[in-house]
Design a protein around this ligand. Structure first.
Ligand SMILES: *[C@@H]1O[C@H](CO)[C@@H](O)[C@H](O)[C@H]1NC(C)=O
Ligand SMILES: *[C@@H]1O[C@H](CO)[C@@H](O)[C@H](O)[C@H]1NC(C)=O
Ligand SMILES: *[C@@H]1O[C@H](CO)[C@@H](O)[C@H](O)[C@H]1NC(C)=O
Ligand SMILES: *[C@@H]1O[C@H](CO)[C@@H](O)[C@H](O)[C@H]1NC(C)=O
Ligand SMILES: *[C@@H]1O[C@H](CO)[C@@H](O)[C@H](O)[C@H]1NC(C)=O
Length: 384
């Protein structure tokens, strides 16, 4: 569950050959508020709910849903990934994508080849599978085509076809990734320009709960009963990130944990990444027996039979727009990521050491309804 997708996200953020990314549009709510009389005549697009399926492999890994691409529309399944900004999916140009639904550009009358190629190599894999050299790699080719999400259609959307992938992607039950970064791009930017409210809601749930959902252009108030707490975006880039004054584990903190940091929110991964020193300070408050697994740098583990007895409540504190502290909490039930392939009695634990990146994902998000408000550059959370 290590985020192939999360790291994919960050890999993609630094690809410089996408013209849409190199000049991100800043879309503010104000820019789509027309004078009253006019806006009444020009009816805005309505929000749409997209059901999400859970990629579950011993634990909830990622959530994905259907979009269509091309004319006539072809179904493509994608992870909606707040850690990246572009759209890429398997295509019939890819001879190594046989286990995924492949988009066939030759069957789309609106497909336009962009001709630019790029390669991304991931630092982490999916689940507890080890990353060895270039074993998580995608080759991409740029294009544009019509894209529909939740029945809302945009023409001429920038995208990337996967033209080659390593076998490590074969287990993915989806064809690709729709980036949902904090600067709206692609289909979402086009819909916002036509009047769709510039926010989306995510209801990521454990497999046992089901009914996971993306609401594009709105908030599904039926999914939670408490009030949303909003916090302002810390950055100005494509990453969704909030400033945190401190972290507690099992109600305790340390001087290292109790310092201000900026934490990225990435729906495309379920793991939690912190600097090595921070990760180890957190583990020290859980159990001294959680140790690095040298077979896969950055990961930690402990005998699987020890995990059920270990309390591991992680409270990450943030500050609301009203200036009030609030915690987002990862419960102890998230501690185990499942057994390592190399040793089935050794289980990977949730926190990975990754110097230079501090990030939370699905293991936190699935305990909240989350609102990703592009127009107001803020995030909202309500416990579920
Ligand atoms: C995606 O579409 C397929 C085919 O219509 C359907 O069987 C599947 O349930 C859909 N997936 C989701 C998550 O809605
Ligand atoms: C599609 O978008 C590109 C910019 O991404 C633009 O140059 C091109 O003219 C557009 N084509 C159509 C048919 O709208
Ligand atoms: C939600 O906010 C409203 C208005 O501020 C308040 O009246 C209500 O008590 C709050 N509800 C909860 C569950 O906190
Ligand atoms: C956040 O969690 C810590 C540790 O459990 C606790 O001490 C603190 O009071 C909590 N803060 C809020 C605002 O609930
Ligand atoms: C597998 O992990 C268990 C639990 O940590 C450990 O006791 C055992 O020695 C490991 N086996 C091997 C072959 O490393």
């Amino acid at each position: 569950m290590l985020g192939a997708l999360c790291i994919l996200g960050f890999a993609l953020l630094v690809i410089a050959d996408n013209p849409i990314e190199s000049g991100p549009q800043k879309i503010t709510l104000a820019s789509r508020i027309a004078p009253l009389g006019k806006s009444l005549k020009r009816r805005a697009l309505s929000p749409s709910n997209i059901p999400l399926a859970d990629f579950f492999k011993g634990t909830d890994l990622q959530w994905f849903g259907n979009i269509t691409v091309g004319t006539p529309p072809q179904d493509v399944t994608v992870v909606f990934d707040t850690g990246s900004s572009t759209l890429e999916f398997a295509s019939t140009l890819c001879s190594t994508c046989a286990s995924q639904i492949q988009f066939d550009p030759s069957q789309s009358s609106t497909f336009v080849d962009g001709g630019r190629t790029s390669t991304i190599t991931f630092a982490t894999g999916v689940g507890v599978d080890p990353v060895v050299g270039d074993n998580y790699q995608l080759n991409l080719r740029s294009a544009t085509d019509t894209v529909s999400v939740g029945g809302l259609t945009s023409p001429n959307v920038s995208l990337f076809l996967i033209t080659e992938q390593t076998p490590t992607f074969d287990i993915d039950p989806f064809s690709g990734i729709q980036g949902m970064g904090a600067r709206a791009q692609g289909f979402f930017a086009a819909l916002i320009a036509r009047g769709l409210p510039s926010l989306f809601g995510l209801f990521l749930t454990p497999l046992s709960v089901g009914n996971a959902e993306l609401t594009i252009g709105g908030i599904d108030e039926t999914k939670f009963s408490s009030n949303l707490t909003f916090a302002s975006q810390a950055g100005t880039g494509a990453a969704w990130e909030l400033r945190s004054p401190g972290i507690s584990v099992n109600g305790k903190t340390t001087s290292l944990l109790n310092t201000q940091r900026t934490i990225i929110f990435d729906s495309g991964t379920s793991n939690v990444l912190f600097d090595t020193a921070t990760a180890e300070a957190m583990y020290a408050l859980i159990s001294p027996d959680i140790q690095p697994n040298p077979a896969e740098p950055g990961t930690y583990g402990i005998a699987c039979d020890r995990i059920p007895t270990l309390p591991a409540v992680i409270d990450v504190t943030f500050t609301s727009q009203q200036g009030t502290p609030f915690n987002l909490t990862i419960p102890s039930s998230e501690l185990s990521v499942g057994p390592f392939a190399s040793n089935s009695s050794l289980c990977q634990t949730l926190i990975n050491a990754f110097d230079g990146l501090e990030l939370v994902g699905g293991s936190l998000l699935k305990h909240y309804y989350s609102v990703w408000d592009v127009g107001n550059q803020r995030m909202g959370f309500a416990p579920i």
